[in-house]
Design a protein around this ligand. Structure first.
Ligand code: SAM
Length: 269
């Protein structure tokens, strides 16, 4: 694995240097590179359960769902926004809670189309080991680590762009990691605007979505759970306020599909 952006030791916060198939810091904390090409930088005190993050079953079922192209339009919207950076894809990006790397793959493909693949440095972190392992299997030529978005294993001002797609976000961590002028992009389920539309959406998410989940991913329960948990996401303005309070500037959002999802953006000045 090529160390495009230096990793930080999660124990002593010093830089990790590559040494054979391991990464080690000056204090001799050492992390083996997995056969698939990722590092496990989640330390015991950051672990709240035996298998943190999405389970094998959730990861594989989402992978099946995404690889059907169901969220292709979301991926294209993200690629367009990331590629609108002043240097196009000639930038460094971290996907926080990258799952099994679907959006990273889509971004790589978009950079490739623009002829900027070799200048596009990408990294992904997820707390689920299975998710990171699946992402590594996509062979995207990127840095991957098991870790938590609450304490990301990189130094301050490491990235031009950050992405967070349906994953837990620490706004203060995001701000810390961005270079001045860098942007965070957050894709989150949100709140549907006009009342009749909101009612139709409720009907769709509680009646249709679980059936769709059963048909496409053979997993009705997860999609029922998804429909329920979507209602708990903050609305558009609450997320704007949260990012602004954390210190982001020029925070704005764009509704997708009338607010079923929204992409929020904020700049670190
Ligand atoms: C809904 S999935 C989204 C995955 C991916 N971004 C996508 O949209 O395909 C949420 C992801 O967040 C990860 N996750 C949950 N808590 C996390 C944490 N504290 N730090 C990093 N990842 C976390 C889960 O393992 C899961 O892969």
């Amino acid at each position: 694995m090529i160390n495009f952006v230096p990793f930080k030791c999660p124990v002593c916060q010093q830089a990790l240097a590559v040494s054979g198939r391991s990464y080690a810091c000056p204090q001799a904390h050492s992390y083996d590179l997995a056969r698939q090409g990722y590092l496990n930088l989640l330390v015991a005190q950051q672990r709240r359960s035996k298998q943190p993050g999405d389970s094998d079953e959730m990861v594989l079922s989402r992978q099946r769902f995404l690889d059907q192209g169901s969220y292709q339009s979301l991926a294209s919207a993200i690629a367009e926004i990331v590629g609108s950076h002043r240097s196009g894809f000639a930038q460094s990006l971290l996907d926080m809670g990258c799952g099994e790397g679907y959006y990273l793959q889509q971004l790589r493909a978009a950079a490739n189309l623009q002829g900027q693949n070799s200048d596009f440095q990408i990294a992904g972190v997820d707390i689920s080991k299975r998710a990171v392992r699946e992402a590594a299997k996509r062979k995207l030529y990127l840095q991957l680590a098991v870790g938590t978005t609450a304490a990301l294993p990189f130094f301050d001002q490491s990235f031009d762009s950050l992405l967070c797609v349906f994953s837990p976000l620490s706004a203060s961590e995001a701000l810390r990691l961005l270079k001045p002028g860098g942007q965070v992009h957050i894709l989150e389920f949100s709140h549907v605007g006009p009342k009749p539309l909101a009612r139709a959406y409720d009907l769709w998410s509680f009646q249709v979505l679980p059936r769709l989940g059963q048909a496409v991913a053979h997993d009705r329960d997860s999609y029922q759970y998804l429909a329920e948990s979507i209602r708990k996401f903050p609305d558009q303005q609450a997320l704007v306020d949260m990012l602004t309070d954390a210190g982001f500037e020029r925070v704005r959002y764009e509704n997708l599909s009338s607010g079923i999802a929204a992409i929020h953006r904020g700049v670190r000045v």
